[in-house]
Every structure is written in C-alpha cells, then in structure tokens.
Design a binder for this molecule. Structure first.
Ligand SMILES: [Zn+2]
Length: 129
C-alpha cells in the first residue's frame, strides 16, 4: 500500500485565510503568547503565517566550506493561523473577522473585505493599495 504523502494544496484550492501579509497580529499561544508582530509572509497552503521577529528559533549551523560561516542564526518559524489573532486596524483590538462585500474606493464598487467583529469597520488590507 502506498504511503500517504501530505501534499501542499495548489494555491487556488488553498484555504482562504483571514490574515494577510502586512497585518498586525497578536500571538495567543506558545512561548510568544501576548506578543504582537507584523505578518511578513502568509502561507495559505499550510494555514500558517510568518510573523517578523516572533516564534524565532536559534539554529546552530556548522561551517560549510568557505561559503557559510558557522554559528547561531535566528529564524522566524511559521505559526498556525489559529494561534494568532488579527488586530483590527480601526479599534486596535484583537478580533475575529467576517467577510463581507462593501462599497469601496472611488467608484464605490462592492468588493470583498474583512470586517472587524468588534467595531464592524473594514480592516485595512495593506497588500492592496
Ligand atoms: Zn475593530
């Protein structure tokens, strides 16, 4: 019997995450609980995000040849999206979001947006400008 390989989903089938690059998030579990950071990368295929400067692990690397120096490097590891909460850009509170279509921009066209469940305002999407 073939062993099941856990494959990454293709991007168009990936789960829609409510957290995007540039968002400020609050870590709610783990060693960095209570800390805040900015998402430097969203990984929707694995439901994870990389938060700048958080969930950092120290890696000891051996020197390899002349190209790589040995020593300790710090690397931000991906966090499960369920372990972070998005901070609203309006009320600055950690919140859950709902998805709605609201008129946005100069033409007031209905666009899918994330809405804060606390203040019901549109959460700014820093990847869109
Ligand atoms: Zn809010």
């Amino acid at each position: 019997m073939a062993t099941q390989v856990k494959e990454k989903k293709p991007l168009h089938l990936a789960n829609k995450m409510n957290i995007k690059k540039g968002d400020t998030v609050l870590i709610i579990t783990g060693k960095d609980r209570g800390k805040e950071g900015v998402v430097s990368r969203a990984l929707p295929q694995v439901n994870k995000v990389i938060v700048e400067g958080l969930n950092v692990v120290k890696k000891h690397v051996k020197p390899q040849g002349q190209t790589r120096q040995g020593g300790v490097i710090e690397k931000a590891m991906p966090l499960q999206v369920s372990n972070v909460m998005l901070k609203c850009t309006e009320c600055k509170e950690p919140t859950r979001v709902s998805r709605e279509r609201r008129p946005l921009g100069q033409d007031q066209k209905l666009r899918p947006v994330r809405v804060c469940k606390k203040c019901h305002k549109v959460i700014e999407d820093r990847t869109r400008s």
